[in-house]
Design a protein around this ligand. Sequence first.
Ligand code: NAD
Length: 503
Amino acid sequence: MVELLQAPAPATEVARAVLAAPFAGAMLIGRRWVQAASGRSIPSIDPATGQVLAHIPDADGVDVDAAVRAARAAFPAWADMVPAQRAAILWRVADVLEAHIDELAELETLDQGKPLYVGRWAEIPGAVAQFRYYAGQALSIEGRTISPSVTYQPAGKLVQAWTLREPVGVVAAIVPWNSPLVLTAMKLAPALAAGCTVVLKPAEDTSLTALRLGELMVEAGLPDGVLNIVTGRGATAGAALAAHPDVDKVAFTGSTATGRAILDASKGNLKRVTLELGGKSPVIVLPDADLDLALPGVANAIFFNGGQVCVAGSRAYVHADIYDRVLEGLVAQAQALRLGHGLNPETQMGPLVSARQAERVAGLIDGARAAGAAVLSGGQRLGPAGTFVEPTVIAKVDPAMEIVREEVFGPVLVVQRYTDLDAVVAAANDSVYGLAASVWTQSLSHAHRLSRRLQAGTVWINTHSMYDASLPIGGVKHSGYGRDSGLAALDNYLEWKTVCAVV
Ligand code: NAD
């Protein structure tokens, strides 16, 4: 039986603070921190222990309406603010967040379960980087000048045209529970840089860092109403936002099924919608791969954050010449991982976000076993709340099996053998998803060719899940459309306006 590492005792300062003040239970609308109009709340739970951390407001359409009105009221002044002023505020937000990295990382661990190092060294610094990057971009939003070739030029006149980039308006940002703060920053930073105002709805299981982010952004000088946060469930608060007639755009990250529901709900006023959805990302290990790099790299591609990563490398295709060695190495990597409470500094993998998610993941593993696949390591649920799932490696699968086709969103890797490069490209592309892929090879030629042939928004070479604020990330096929990060994301929040003049 795997022994789980425990949270340090006595509890850290952040843990004590969160537990002692059963949380204000308030969300940000306009300038005020308020309860849900209905008075209802939702418990926020430490998934490692099942302990209730806080209660967040359970917002519904009434609260959403108030938040949208606040965002609309704040829009003209924010949109008209000179870019350097908006940039200065975003840069200050980054500074304030940076000064609170330790606290935010701990809060994320308590609320989401992830090991402290993930928040401390990857995700919270990643959120800081988003605000810095888009503080810079706010200064260089530019239109073009155009000399049109119209045939009806009035005699003696000049036809001159130019384009303006204008903010889309009020943005609803709806985000999931796997990497709450950094995914939130990936929406807020470009939206605010573009001059939009925002209503944010974090996931109901993980709203605490979003609420703290709101406090810190106000402290950094964000004007009232520019950011509003409504906490609550998808089916009520989320659905009300997606359908609201005065929301101009929905920026969504989450599951493909919810993405479809949001598209339907947004039809009323033809909202702009961008969708960052699920994935089933292939990892191809060529016979010339540097295995010292590839073995830990492929293991990390799936087990980082317990596999609760949209781009997780969940389907490995390994060349027959190295298959046995790589499979053995991946099983060893999985078995060596230490599981426990994320606040324990030795913990390498925490629980999944909820018992519901752990049950779903375990069900998919059981289904694979029943279908004849070989579960070579892991596969068990553990812990006081049943939220831990052991790192799992599965072989002897058939490409038609559910475990090969469905997004698991947990620490589950399926490993398949290949011999022919064309066949492995076809197998990798044989998925409704197209979010990401990675190729492990020392051949420059294979790296270039495969990166072109794989149907994915991102292809990594000799690495996986390498993010940066400057690198666009998003999907093709059922993984959605639109991009987060990079210059591409700024476009999500800007319209083109054409001005055509006879002068
Ligand atoms: P989810 O779709 O259930 O929920 C995401 C958010 O949408 C939550 O805030 C939820 O409350 C809200 N929501 C749910 N139903 C809604 C509705 N009808 N209308 C409006 N909002 C609604 O997803 P999840 O389970 O929280 O997250 C896991 C999924 O997110 C996975 O599929 C994963 O691949 C995906 N994801 C994608 C990316 C990416 O960048 N492509 C990043 C992270 C996660």
